[in-house]
Design a protein around this ligand. Structure first.
Ligand code: ADP
Ligand code: MG
Length: 261
């Protein structure tokens, strides 16, 4: 059973040793990776996915439970403990949702008797994340962006059921992020978001800060930020509501922000 994932620091793009020498990610942690474009966020995610062993451009190493991970993690897809969702992740299929999830559950060696229950659970999870309910008979290619992302996250969490889920700048539009964070916290996994979204960053336990290809610090969400995050979420909801009004050709008034006490 996986309890911790350790990142051992390597070097920055200019070859300087990373300021943070070691990070221990524990099961149950929700983590954000932040930093400007080009700061090395995707590279860090890739190091994790590859179980880097001083054999990538960063020189980082990744340990599982304090040791070098077994080779089968990398070599046997059914044993791989990591699910990676990127902006480019799509379902390469035009199957109805139910057939796709059934096939996927089959690959993940789920017991036949459990497949129906698992699919229902995945659908319920996804439908709590998106405002536009997905039905099992819809074709995968007909899903909206929000529905697709909701289904990808639900699929990674419930069907893949990997202990580590990486999300690289997955567009959050159309996803109920506060609900997503609540649901994810019910699972004993490590969730790592590459994000610029203050809402997700503040709902994370800590954020890994990147610059110049290097991890420069780890910021734990403090009490002030935790309390403030409620206001941030409210502001964010108000902004989404304004976006919708703009989209539907309505006018905005100065009252839009009144909900923000
Ligand atoms: N530690 C490093 N050493 C060498 N090259 C790096 C390092 N970190 C990132 N890079 C390179 O820098 C570029 C930008 O990194 P990337 O991870 O795509 O940034 P981000 O996802 O934050 O936009 C990439 O070409 C990547 O290969
Ligand atoms: Mg990137």
């Amino acid at each position: 059973m996986i309890n911790t994932i350790t990142i051992l620091g390597g070097r920055s793009r200019s070859g300087i040793p990373e300021a943070v020498e070691r990070i221990d990610l524990k099961m149950g942690d929700v983590v954000s990776i932040v930093g400007p474009t080009g700061s090395g966020k995707t590279t860090l995610i890739n190091d994790l996915e590859l179980f880097a062993d001083a054999n990538t451009q960063t020189g980082r190493r990744v340990l599982i439970n304090g040791e070098r991970p077994p080779l089968e993690y990398r070599d046997n897809p059914a044993m791989n403990p990591i699910a990676l969702i990127t902006q480019h992740t799509t379902f390469l299929s035009d199957l109805p949702v139910v057939d796709f999830l059934t096939a996927h559950a089959g690959i993940r060696a789920v017991k036949k008797s459990q497949i129906d229950e698992m699919i229902q659970k995945t659908l319920d999870f996804a439908n709590q994340l998106t405002g536009e309910p997905i039905v099992l008979t819809s074709r995968m290619t007909e899903l909206s962006g929000g529905q697709t992302r909701a289904l990808l996250i639900a699929d990674a969490t419930i069907i893949c059921n990997t202990p580590i889920v990486l999300l690289d700048e997955v567009e959050n539009a159309g996803i109920n992020r506060t609900r997503a964070m609540e649901l994810l916290r019910e699972y004993r996994k490590v969730f790592i978001f590459v994000t610029h979204d203050p809402r997700i960053a503040l709902l994370s336990d800590y954020r890994i800060v990147m610059q110049g290809g290097s991890i420069t610090k780890v910021l734990y969400t403090n009490e002030e930020e935790r309390v403030f995050s409620l206001k941030v979420s409210k502001l964010d909801d108000l902004l989404s509501a304004m976006r919708d009004k703009i989209r539907f050709g309505e006018r905005l008034t100065t009252h839009e922000l009144e909900g923000l006490a």
